[in-house]
Design a protein around this ligand. Structure first.
Ligand code: ADP
Length: 478
């Protein structure tokens, strides 16, 4: 069974209540024992003085020991069952007793021995008095003229015990009221202290997907919550960015798909207006085929992007792969395209570098970059791919003899749907490099491009080396 409440308020109250109870009960017990001790000590002191007085009244008369009774038969001692008693034994036989005892004796047979008072050499007992009331008895033994004498003084504890009992009841009520008051004060304090959290939570509740630009005002929250507010705002920044990227992607994708759909529809409309010759049908259908293929590529890239965005590529699924193999395979796949443009692909792969990664995805990256190098190259140009290990990195360089990329475009070509020169990149989707960037970064690497307009381009990719956790630097020159 769980004793801790689930809510913070409940927990604070629980701790406050427990600690207050323990504290007040301890203090009450301490006070009770102290007061009880003080009262009994005061009774014992009184009894000691009475013993002193009685002892002082003993004297010898005609060879006999006498007690000056007249001096102490006064006040409470003379009233029967008054609660104040004394008796003197000599050689074990009763020499004198206070009239208050009224022919009874101080009963020591059933008395409870409390302690021995070392200072005054007196024994202290509690017992039952002649009136059946609890009594405190002090016994003092000494030799008077070589005869053993015992002086007993006793006092009723009825008043003292009543006083102690009253004090106990007072403590009980005071402690209970104290516990209740302090606990409820604690509950109020907990409620009051948690108010900022409630305000904070209602602020959060007001933020929806439509108001993602809203932020928690860090200046208005308490110090403890400001860290939480900062983290929450940072999370909102990331969410807003992700939402905007998503929204832009959907808008761009719709826009990109709208054009080919319009082209297909227009061609169909024109074809259906009247009867066409066979050549006209062939021409229109081949345009529709090309546009459909572009659309297919776009949809494939969009799917890739969506899967990568959802974190599909995680190191959990990575395997040990030979980087050279990936590059060779990509170069081979780009072969027919290069042949069409009479472009030569030179691959110089000296080192065998293994990395932990996704073979197919990395091949996709290299294929995309090599295909770009072919696509954006001049007729009969070349593509150079080299790979080498450099300290903690492997460096692969692929360069092309194309027109290069303008300075303004260099920073933007990794953005989704960005195409530096749409006329030259016909058939492209503008998504290849952004997909490549995500894949490379998922492998812990980096991709960048260096180019000068008119002098070709070079792409750099950093990937961590297998096992040693080092970095592979792939340099691709176009
Ligand atoms: P695309 O499908 O258009 O090739 P990418 O994302 O692969 O999309 O490339 C984005 C743009 O970067 C291309 O449209 C092109 O303008 C430019 N680009 C990419 N690679 C090269 C290159 N080797 N030389 C010149 N421009 C390039």
């Amino acid at each position: 069974m769980k004793i801790f409440p689930k809510s913070i308020k409940g927990r604070l109250f629980f701790w406050f209540f427990s600690l207050t109870s323990v504290l007040l009960i301890t203090v009450s017990l301490f006070l009770y024992h102290e007061v009880k001790g003080i009262i009994f000590t005061s009774v014992d002191r009184t009894l000691h003085s009475q013993i002193q007085v009685i002892t002082g009244l003993l004297h010898e008369e005609d060879g006999r020991i006498e007690l000056e009774l007249s001096e102490i038969i006064a006040g409470a001692y003379s009233i029967p069952r008054s609660g104040h008693y004394y008796q003197v034994l000599m050689n074990g036989r009763l020499l004198a007793a206070s009239p208050s005892l009224a022919d009874e004796n101080l009963d020591l047979t059933s008395a409870k021995f409390e302690y021995y008072d070392e200072t005054f050499r007196e024994r202290v007992y509690t017992s039952v008095g002649p009136d059946k009331e609890p009594v405190r008895i002090k016994q003092y033994d000494f030799d008077f003229l070589d005869i053993p004498v015992s002086v007993f003084a006793a006092e009723s504890l009825a008043d003292s015990l009543e006083m102690i009992d009253m004090f106990k009841r007072f403590l009980l009520v005071a402690a209970s009221v104290g516990i209740l008051i302090i606990s409820f004060a604690g509950l109020w304090a907990a409620n009051h202290s948690l108010k900022p959290l409630q305000i904070f939570s209602s602020d959060i509740e007001n933020i929806t997907h439509k108001t993602l630009n809203k932020r928690i005002d860090v200046a208005t929250v308490t110090n403890e919550l400001s860290v939480l507010a900062d983290s929450f705002n940072a999370m909102l920044d990331r969410l807003q960015k992700a939402f905007e990227t998503e929204r832009r992607l959907v808008a761009d994708a719709s826009h990109e798909l709208k054009t080919p759909v319009t082209v297909i529809k227009t061609h169909c409309d024109v074809l259906l207006q009247r009867d066409r010759t066979k050549d006209e049908y062939v021409e229109a259908l081949s345009t529709i085929k090309t546009v459909s293929e572009n659309m297919g590529r776009l949809i494939k890239d969009l799917l890739s992007l969506a899967r990568l965005d959802s974190g599909m590529l995680s190191p959990d699924g990575f395997k040990l792969i030979a980087l050279n193999e990936c590059i060779r395979e990509a170069a081979q796949l780009a072969g027919p395209l290069a042949e069409k443009k009479s472009i030569t692909i030179n691959t110089v792969l000296k080192d065998d570098i293994n990395i932990t990664g996704d073979n197919d995805r990395l091949t996709e990256v290299f294929l995309n970059i090599i295909e770009n190098a072919v696509n954006y190259n001049q007729e009969s140009g070349t593509v150079e791919i080299t790979e080498a290990r450099n300290n903690n990195t492997a460096v692969i360089s692929v360069s092309d003899t194309g027109p290069g990329i303008g300075q303004d475009d260099l920073e933007k070509i990794f953005e989704r749907f960005y195409r530096a020169d749409t006329s030259r990149s016909e058939g492209g989707t503008g998504l290849g490099l952004s997909i490549s960037k995500i894949i490379v970064e998922a492998h812990g690497g980096k991709i960048k491009v260096e180019s000068e307009f008119g002098k070709g381009s070079r792409f750099l990719i950093n990937l961590p080396l297998t096992l040693a956790g080092m970095t592979v630097l792939i340099v691709v020159w176009f």
